[in-house]
Design a protein around this ligand. Structure first.
Ligand code: URA
Length: 475
């Protein structure tokens, strides 16, 4: 038996080169063992030199794909299994289709386990807010069942492209700085922050989506295996929710049955639950923010991750109203956290406004979108949705009592003025609404982001800055 040393547990290139030479030299799988780095102590001293051979051969694409997944499996003998399959493919090119074959079945099981680990990683990574010299930074600690970090990191790049984040795992870490992905060696959990405001979000989200009538503990644990619980803030709720489930189920059962077409009506009628909330006026912005999480005034809550409320000083003199949360805002639960928000923040600075002094909110509190492949494409809220959500905005206005409202774009204009404005014609000057509020209208920052012509973008940005400066002089 000869042992060959690979540089690290994911050293695919090292394995491929060794396997190529061994197969060309006719070295049988039973004579070979692959080990990683120095992990085998004295075995390392006996590591064999690879045979010098000329030539090459093509491995089938299906095998290469299987091998790229198999290597992520934690089993020590995965490289040996890969070599065995490669060796046998020489005489049996259709081997991978023979599902009754022991090696093929073993490989399929391991690939399945790796895929499942990647899927769990996508579902259960929880970022926590941190701060470093460059500002806001999101950090997650995760313990994947297999070594799936590197292969799964591009998913997080696509999903959280506008945030700076780090995922730490016992096998290594992945860092995204907004432009480049960098994977580094093993990390310690101590580097990950443990508590922040996001815990509450995950707990609220989980509790609100928990349906006691669907409680099947075994199925639930197979979806959210216990091994992941310790790093999931919402998992702390599971025992409590399970205990309360029987009581809640009973309450659901004894409630009068709904009419068969209720669901249809809910989908069609945009404001079904409006009556239920019209009588209750939130007494504080915190109460209002909690209420928005349960809002059913229009159907947009169904596809959103959460409601996104305003943020800023309770008595800000300037309230800035946007259209609706976008993809990033929907995920992190804060207004103007994505690309339009960054443009707006920079423009505020240039116009001498400090974002921290302003109350930022939106006309509509849930993200309206439609799926397009893996992306969620923004859709403009319609007048009914704006009208339904205006109830929340009106209460925000009542509680904050701003001296001036800056409305960004037509949807914000509609929500604040109660009519669809002609933005270009009405922008940049203070208007007074029927209820006495002072409003200054300008374009939405996303409009500037979409302009393809750089010269036009510059001139429109200058007009936008002038509008912000006008607002700044008016409160
Ligand atoms: N666009 C908005 O109008 N609001 C946000 O919060 C983000 C983007």
């Amino acid at each position: 038996m000869r042992s060959f040393v690979l540089a690290d547990p994911l050293d695919f290139d090292g394995w491929r080169e060794a396997a190529r030479r061994l197969r060309l030299a006719g070295v049988e799988p039973a004579e070979v063992r692959f080990v990683v780095g120095h992990s085998r102590g004295d075995l390392f001293d006996e590591a064999a030199a690879l045979p010098e051979v000329e030539g090459a051969f093509n491995a089938p694409r299906a095998f290469m794909e299987t091998a790229a997944q198999l290597i992520q499996h934690r089993s020590e003998n995965r490289f040996d299994l890969m070599y065995r399959l490669l060796w046998r493919l020489k005489d049996q090119p259709d081997l991978l289709n023979v599902l009754s074959d022991q090696d093929v079945a073993e490989a399929a099981d391991r690939v399945k386990a790796v895929r499942r680990a990647a899927h769990k990683m996508k579902a259960f990574v929880r970022f926590r807010q941190a701060e470093d010299e460059a500002g806001e930074h999101w950090v997650a600690w995760f313990e994947p069942a297999h070594r799936v970090l590197q292969a799964t990191a591009p998913f997080f790049v696509r999903r959280f492209s506008a945030m700076r984040w780090t995922i730490l795992t016992p096998d290594g870490s992945a860092h995204w700085n907004g432009e480049a992905l960098d994977c580094r060696p093993a990390a310690e959990q101590a580097q990950a922050p443990t508590e922040d405001a996001m815990e509450d979000f995950w707990r609220t989200y989980y509790a609100s989506t928990f349906n006691p009538a669907r409680l099947r503990p075994q199925a639930m644990q197979s979806e959210m295996p216990k091994r992941y619980w310790k790093n999931l803030p919402e998992a702390a709720l599971i025992p409590e929710l399970m205990a309360a489930a029987s009581v809640r189920t009973e309450a659901m059962v004894t409630r009068p049955t709904s009419r068969p077409n209720d669901r249809f009506q809910r989908v069609r009628a945009p404001v079904v639950d409006r009556a239920a909330t019209d009588d209750l006026a939130p007494e504080s912005l915190d109460e209002l923010a909690r209420g928005v999480q349960g809002c059913r005034r229009c159907p947009l809550w169904r596809d959103a991750t959460q409601g996104v409320c305003g943020e800023g000083p309770k008595r800000a003199a300037l309230m800035v109203v946007g259209e609706q949360p976008g993809d990033q805002e929907d995920l992190v639960g804060r207004p103007f956290a994505g690309p339009a928000g960054r443009l707006l923040g920079a423009a505020f600075e240039e116009a001498g406004l400090n974002r921290r002094d302003l109350y930022l909110t939106n006309a509509v509190k849930h993200f309206k979108h439609e799926p397009r492949g893996k992306r969620r494409l923004h859709k403009t809220p319609n007048a009914g949705e704006v009208q339904a959500c205006r109830w929340w905005l009106d209460h925000e206005r009542r509680l904050v009592k701003p001296r001036l409202i800056l409305a960004l774009g037509a949807t914000a204009g509609l929500a604040v003025l109660g009519r669809k404005p002609a933005v270009q014609a009405e922008r940049g000057r203070v208007m007074t609404t029927a209820d006495g509020a002072r409003v200054l209208l300008t374009v939405h920052p996303a409009y500037l982001l979409r302009l393809p012509d750089p010269a036009r973008r510059d001139s429109e940005r200058a007009r936008f800055l002038a509008d912000l400066a006008a607002a700044s002089a008016q409160f």
